[in-house]
Design a protein around this ligand. Sequence first.
Ligand SMILES: [Zn+2]
Length: 446
Amino acid sequence: MRAGQVNAVQAALEDHTGRLDWPREQIEHYRTARLRALLSHARERSLFHARRLRELDPSTATVADLASLPMMTKQDAQDEWDSIVTTRDLDRERAERILAEQQWFSYTPSDEQVFSSGGSSGVRGVYVWDWQFYVSAACLAWRIQTREERRAPVRSPSRLAVLAAGIPPHASTPLFDVPTAPGMETVVIPAGAPFDEIVAAVAAARPTHLVGYASVIGRLARAALAGDLQVRPVRVSTNSEPLLDEDRHAIDEAWSATIHNLWGSTEIGVQAVGCGHGEGLHVCEDEVVLERVDDSGTPVAADAPAARTLATGLANRTFPFIRYDLGDQVTLLPGTCPCGSAFVRVADIGGRRDDDFRYGTKTVPASTFRYVLGADPRVSEYQVRQTVDGAEIFAVGDPDVPRLSSAVAAALRRQGLSDPQVRIEVVDHLQRHQASGKLQRFIALR
Ligand SMILES: [Zn+2]
């Protein structure tokens, strides 16, 4: 099944890479037709969406008409699971049973896969990817790289190292473990393993291509700069976490590799991907509609600040997400990209809003810690937990603890905290989320 699906992705990549050259009118024409198909299907097959789409005629609907529909939250999606799913042979109970019993990434008799993610937001999510949705998401993840490889083929044989969860139930491994050039070999390296094991596995794989969590790739780049890892990847794809400036700079300095940053979610698949030529990330407008809205869900002008981003996934027919609140804010970039694609771009997705710590009436942005901790060359990785009157920091590396503690405390005082208490503990490795392998860098007090 897996081999068949990977071949389906490789076949569909022909179409998807071609779309990158589409002019605006073609993108918009295609998107409108896909939107109408999704709305018609969701209204007919999903009780949840039928209620919400009552007032809308799917056969004439446009992207602008989405504004008349209510937003869909993560809580809605999980609470109303059985009335959202459009296939009769799957409900939440069955999906949970598949997650509990499967030994590896399994397929239902109708060719769906069940994934789970979350933890960082406090709401665990269970998701269904049907065959076509997976093919779409994998093409979105890889089509820009495929175009670049065709323009300038890399040395052969090429080898892709995939740093992802490595085990079910997280979707990252099947999504990224896809050979995209003829003869490309792939190796999956679990990102939750002890770091020295990861370094050894990457060294042994001698990858020409690297894909994985932004924080892990950043740390590998720092290991390379320190002389602990001898590999020379030409292309690097980061995902699942915000790509911090310090990680981007390390990757650039270590390998001068082209960086493709990817913004995705288990709900929507892939929202946007960087091309490595222009700034920011190209929105996958042919498969995803993004709306930048204010707090009440009303779309805002392209140059106005938005409170949240709503996504409508055009490829997910089995579990439709329509005006789904992604919880990220994006800024549109003006102008055309040097790569020639007419797909609009958003600025790099920075730290998430959840990263902010609130102390009474004072809000301390995560960047306060980042600027101090990320700039310390003796800290290779860190995690910050908010405390009532300051922060507890776990640092991997060999920092000068008293000096670093007082630097963080000084930064917090500049944010308005009168007597911040900062405790730094040097550790061997950081605790990653058990199921997903993701690192939650900033943990706010609830
Ligand atoms: Zn571009």
